[in-house]
Design a protein around this ligand. Structure first.
Ligand code: NAD
Length: 316
């Protein structure tokens, strides 16, 4: 059945990829203030979607554009680890006001489906790795600005659970884990390593300083696999489900740096640096639920890195 979707954050990295997929079969309205998004990411499908550039904290505008919508996908947020430390007030503000406005728009316009993009950051220092969806969510240090981001997501999840039990056919929470691909923004581990190696080459500097000693881990999922996982999740999930979307292949950051260094023909020496206060030392999702829906990752990290390196080297 053809439906009408409203996607907040739809000109962002993940939002634009989801928009392209959903617009294949449905009507799509995108809302993004382009704080980090770019309309040009949607150039190829602009004739098939409706795009509005405004802040989701504008309640009336959000209510107005979501008339007749069947499902809201709420992806707007301020991403990028560096930003968590720099703009905690704005991050919490967008999380809370944004989510309240999304819920209000659902209520006023009788929208019965809601999909919230939360984050792996709600687990922080998870005691169980790979991490299943059921473990307690924590804010390890309320005074550390880093946790504005994860705290905002925990609050958004809580709002979904408390508001959507009744009056919704389906309200679900998706927790993305380290999604990567070309044009993902620069404030993430993979682009940062690429950018550092490019700078180090230009300056003929032989030392590459990383954050931490490289024993920290992540598990990266390519954007194409993420979109496939997202598609499974929205089609197969039940009301109030919570679903990790990620890859369960954990990799040490040192190993990742060595691979990128080799692919970029860099002869620099890797030096340990300071880890940001509150950084997660180990992260890898348990994706059993997603696999039970039929999901399988198809893109290998190492094989896809040349494409990412090329993109970041050509767009700096
Ligand atoms: N990329 C990842 O690995 C990852 C991991 C975990 C969770 N997530 C979540 O997935 C979602 C998409 O992330 P992304 O990587 O595409 O980030 P992104 O920064 O590329 O996209 C977020 C979009 O939201 C928009 N936005 C921010 N504040 C807004 C506001 N007040 N009003 C309207 N639009 C606003 C930005 O302009 C941007 O286009 C976010 O909710 C993010 O927290 C992403």
């Amino acid at each position: 059945m053809r439906k009408k979707f409203l996607i907040t954050g739809g000109t962002g990295f993940i939002g634009s990829a989801i928009t392209k997929k959903i617009a294949e079969d449905h009507d799509v309205i995108v809302v993004d203030n382009n704080q980090r998004g770019l309309n040009k990411r949607l150039d190829k499908i602009m004739d098939r979607i409706t795009l509005f550039n405004f802040d989701i904290r504008n309640e009336q505008s959000l209510i107005d554009v979501s008339k007749g919508v069947d499902c809201i996908i709420h992806a707007a947020y301020v991403n990028g680890t560096e930003t968590f430390y720099k703009k905690p007030k704005e991050i919490v503000d967008i999380a809370i006001k944004g989510m309240l406005n999304v819920l209000k728009a659902c209520e006023v316009n009788e929208i019965r489906e809601l999909i919230l993009l939360s984050s792996s950051e709600v687990y922080h220092h998870a005691k169980i790795i790979p991490t299943p969806e059921e473990i307690p969510l924590i804010i390890p240090d309320i005074k550390n600005p880093r946790f504005s981001y994860g705290g905002g997501k925990i609050a958004s999840e809580l709002m979904l659970m408390s508001h959507c039990k009744e009056n919704f056919d389906k309200a679900i929470i998706i927790r993305p884990h380290n999604v990567f691909g070309p044009d993902m923004g620069r404030e993430h581990v993979i682009p940062q390593i690429i950018d550092k190696i490019n700078t180090q080459k230009k300056q003929n500097n032989k030392v590459l300083e990383i954050q931490g000693d490289g024993s920290e881990t992540r598990a990266f999922i390519h954007i194409e696999d993420f979109v496939s996982g997202f598609d499974f999740a929205i089609k197969k999930s039940q009301h109030l489900d919570i679903i990790n979307i990620g890859n369960d292949k954990e990799i040490k950051i040192l190993e990742l740096v060595k691979i990128i260094k080799r692919l970029m023909y860099s002869d620099c020496e890797i030096k340990s640096g300071k880890l940001r206060e509150g950084s997660t030392t180990r992260r890898c999702p348990d994706i059993s639920k997603l696999k039970n829906f039929g999901f399988k990752a198809n893109v290998d990290l190492e094989q896809s890195l040349p494409e990412i390196i090329q993109w970041y080297s050509n767009n700096n």
